[in-house]
Design a protein around this ligand. Structure first.
Ligand SMILES: Cc1ncc(COP(=O)(O)O)c(C=O)c1O
Length: 377
């Protein structure tokens, strides 16, 4: 009887194995556009069943398939699909769940380009969208329409760091026949597995914690075999497949996901506490802090850590925020998150919110750098 191995072991080994052709211990990068067959008959069979063969790398590639098997294992789903970006995974999740004339419910605190997709592109495709507050399951239920097909939410929202209580939404989704779609980018399966709370589809910007080193743009989507076959057909039509090198980088990053997420979470909590105690800081948002309005929910849903994203605001205005950001020596100012390097993202258009993607550096160096930058304010 095969025993299901534990998470860190699966993160390292699942999907991978000794290469049967040359015996390479590490998964090779199959940098090829197409695949050649021994016979014309074999090729004809592959063309007729393109989802069951390596045939052309837009549809499937062995390096990408190794990544997909690892993601499916870590998200406890039957199957997974890798994409060229997180936004491709967002779009595919909707394209397989709704069509023109349907309606979808979407958590209103949302990554800005996901918002653009739901606000502009979905209506252009004839898909109606209602934005809902994920902190209020009752209001979400009231927004359900007879043509509602899906509920899309971020498990921890970008940028306001709200937590969605997936358990409550699963009951609601089942009652109304909605596909429950969870964007789990901010947490990763090392901290939270939406499938165990009833999500039908889970997706990530793999650009972030899943790859973890800020060296590639990619996405992943996971769900049932049937859903992933449908998504692969859409990927074939629309074309957002990852390159084999991108798949390999994401897969290599995944091997250390549990180690990284533990360090991100520990560092983020320590930094959030030190910021909260600082006189120049007006407020701090981090679900691991007792002051977070959903701290009790965070303790229940996120016992392994609340992730690496901290938002805060400095007393004063945009000048103070900029002086703080510009004073950093070690850390970059930039968008994105989930990298082992700490990143500072000042947002003057959001009432001077500063989002920190807390990295895996030594915490003393992180807090020293922040204290020095706060002194410069
Ligand atoms: C929560 C979330 N979902 C999706 C995306 C889109 O991912 P990508 O930038 O890889 O397309 C992002 C990007 O920041 C994100 O933060």
């Amino acid at each position: 009887m095969s025993v299901k191995r534990k998470f860190a072991t699966r993160a390292i080994h699942d999907g991978e194995g000794r290469d049967p052709v040359r015996g390479a211990h590490n998964t090779p990068i199959y940098q090829t556009a197409t695949f050649a067959f021994d016979t014309a008959e074999e090729m004809a069979e592959a063309i007729q069943n393109p989802l069951d063969h390596f045939f052309y790398s837009r549809t499937a590639n062995p390096t990408t398939a190794a990544l997909e098997a690892k993601v499916a294992s870590l998200e406890n789903m039957e199957a997974a699909l890798a994409t060229s970006s997180g936004m491709a995974a967002v779009a595919l999740s909707i394209l397989i769940s709704a069509k023109a004339g349907d309606h979808v419910l979407v958590g209103s605190d949302l990554f800005v380009i996901s918002r653009q997709f739901f606000e502009k592109d979905c209506p252009d495709m004839g898909i109606e969208v209602t934005f809902v507050d994920v902190r209020d399951p009752h209001a979400v239920e009231e927004a359900v329409q007879p043509n509602s097909k899906a509920l899309f939410l971020e498990t921890v929202t970008n940028p306001n760091i709200y937590i969605a209580d997936l358990k409550a939404f699963k009951e609601l989704a089942s009652r109304h026949g909605l596909t429950l779609i969870a964007d789990n980018t901010f947490l990763s399966p090392a901290l939270f597995q939406p499938q165990s709370y009833g999500a039908d589809l889970v997706l990530h910007s793999a650009t972030k914690y899943i790859s973890g080193h800020g060296d590639t743009v990619a996405g992943v989507l996971a769900g049932s075999d049937a859903a992933m076959r449908a998504a692969r057909l859409k990927l074939d039509s629309f074309g957002p497949c990852p390159s084999p090198l991108a798949s390999w980088l994401v897969m290599r990053g995944l091997r250390t996901l549990p180690l990284r997420m533990r360090q991100h979470s520990e560092n983020a909590l320590a930094l959030a506490r030190s910021l909260e105690a600082h006189e120049r800081v007006e407020w701090v948002k981090y679900p691991g802090l007792e002051s977070h309005p959903q701290h009790a929910l965070a303790r229940k849903l996120l016992p392994r850590g609340a992730g690496g994203i901290v938002s805060f605001r400095i007393r004063g205005g945009v000048a103070e925020m900029n002086r703080f950001a510009n004073a950093h020596e070690l850390f970059g100012i930039g968008v994105s998150l989930g990298d082992v390097c700490t990143l500072v993202y000042p947002q003057p258009w959001r009432d001077n919110l500063i989002r920190i993607s807390v990295g895996c550096e030594d915490i003393e160096d992180i807090t020293n750098e922040f204290e020095r930058a706060l002194d410069e304010v």
